[in-house]
Design a protein around this ligand. Structure first.
Ligand SMILES: Nc1ncnc2c1ncn2[C@@H]1O[C@H](COP(=O)(O)OP(=O)(O)OP(=O)(O)O)[C@@H](O)[C@H]1O
Length: 259
């Protein structure tokens, strides 16, 4: 089914019951150097999943493939049951993908202007205004700073703004890369609550996170990546209960090989 919203937008509705995200057999290279080898993972609708692994194993590269920033040499990416492997990043966003990478904001614009900019993509002014108000209501710290330039926000507040943008977008799939990086534990705790709330509002979540404890406290299931391959997959509770196994996996051991 095709949905039209605004002049240029033609968005395809997801297939009922299909996973929010399905990555199958992805191979990817930078020049002659292959970085991803047959990488596959799935995030069901309403599910929260973590992608774990030591530095440099290919996690961010896989996120770039999911976001359409890198074309895979082989394999497919499906969002809501639709093969989007050849879709542009913009088309994927219109189809419900939102990627939160770092603390990306426009520093010279105010908090509110940053949010409105994201909402403009909707080309529906009334909806945009409501979405910005709803996002500010979820983040009282941002609401109090709505007129302040984003460049003057703290790291945690900037991360909140990045997440608030995702509320404005109402994504079906929220992909977050390293949101705890450099933030105080109390701020991370608040952000985790907000991601849970976004999930309750219907977003499936894929999070790449260096801190295993942070990730496992949030998600239902986790994949572990090593040297461009997914080498383990388990329920977060099972991984949480077996810190030695997780430690070995994060050090690049081969414990708990994927069948
Ligand atoms: N633009 C690029 N050109 C060439 N090589 C790259 C490029 N980006 C990443 N790489 C290499 O690809 C490999 C995987 O990098 P990637 O950033 O995906 O790993 P990661 O698991 O996200 O690491 P980290 O946890 O440290 O962020 C690394 O060896 C990295 O040096």
């Amino acid at each position: 089914m095709l949905l039209s919203r605004g002049r240029e937008r033609v968005v395809t509705a997801p297939v009922a019951g299909a996973p929010a995200l399905e990555v199958s057999g992805v191979q990817c290279s930078y020049g002659q150097v292959q970085v991803l080898f047959d990488a596959s993972l799935r995030v069901d609708q309403g599910e929260m999943v973590a992608l774990l692994g030591p530095n440099g194993v290919g996690k961010s590269t896989l996120l770039k493939v999911i976001g359409g920033l890198l074309a895979p040499d082989a394999g497919t990416v499906a969002l809501g049951g639709l093969d989007v492997t050849r879709w542009s990043t913009r088309e994927r966003i219109e189809h419900g993908l939102c990627q939160v990478v770092g603390q990306s904001t426009f520093g010279s614009l105010s908090v509110e202007e940053n949010l409105r900019m994201h909402a403009y993509g909707a080309q529906d002014r009334e909806w945009a205004r409501e979405a910005v108000d709803a996002a500010l209501a979820v983040f009282p710290r941002l609401e109090a700073r709505s007129a302040q330039p984003a460049s003057t926000l703290s790291g945690g507040e900037r991360q909140m703004l990045a997440l608030a943008k995702s509320i404005v977008q109402s994504p079906r799939l929220l992909v977050i890369d390293e949101f705890s990086l450099g933030l105080a534990p109390v701020v991370v705790g608040g952000l985790l609550d907000l991601v849970r709330r976004l999930n309750e509002r219907g977003a499936a979540v894929l999070v790449v996170e260096q801190s295993v404890n942070v990730a496992l406290s949030l998600v239902d299931r986790a994949y572990v990546m090593e040297k461009g391959r997914i080498v383990a997959e388990d329920a977060a509770a099972a991984l949480h209960a077996d810190p030695e196994r997780v430690h070995a996996l994060m050090l690049g051991g081969h414990v708990g090989e994927r069948p």
